[in-house]
Design a protein. Structure first.
Length: 172
């Protein structure tokens, strides 16, 4: 079975697999992540979906308000955790490497599926997290039973904008 069909069919969740969707902006990674999330929910799986910025903000807030354990129960206990647009912002919280490592290690231990999208190559994750050892451990767990899908091509947003601008130019 092809990796993309395994994702949409939910088989990778059933098999406790993981998925990394890596590639250029505007190539459909987030769209696929949302479709996979929807399909998993339709199949009866519990899904936690966060854009990366919100993921780290939620952890910070939960830590400050004494709700970290409850939030980690959601992040680590759901059948599928989706973290969308990891490293979209270069500046991450100082605790980002540890927080992400804690979640991924626990999910791996519990054999729960994770799906992460990013426009940054995995070779850069150590530098972006500011911790090569943590990045290596995270990628080791995610890729052990995971799919790595690379998205290439031009941004569909830029294609649409180009068409719109060309039409506007013809009208003028």
């Amino acid at each position: 079975m092809s990796p993309d069909f395994e994702l949409i069919s939910g088989k990778f969740v059933q098999d406790a697999g993981d998925a990394l969707l890596i590639g250029h902006p505007g190539t459909g990674k987030s769209h696929i992540a949302k479709a996979v999330s929807h399909a998993a929910i339709q199949s009866g799986y519990q899904v936690a979906y966060r854009e990366a910025q919100c993921f780290f903000e939620d952890i910070f807030e939960a830590t400050q308000t004494g709700r970290r354990k409850k939030l980690f129960k959601l992040f680590c206990g759901s059948d599928l955790l989706v973290i969308d647009d990891l490293f979209l912002k270069k500046r991450l919280p100082q605790t980002a490497a540890d927080d992400l490592l804690d979640v991924i290690l626990e999910r791996y231990r519990q054999r729960k599926s994770s799906l992460i999208t990013s426009n940054r190559p995995i070779e850069d994750w150590g530098k972006l997290l500011g911790d090569n050892a943590a990045a290596s451990a995270i990628l080791d767990r995610l890729l052990h039973r995971g799919h790595l899908l690379k998205f290439e091509g031009k941004s569909y947003r830029l294609k649409e904008a180009s068409k719109r601008l060309a039409l506007e130019k013809k009208k003028n």
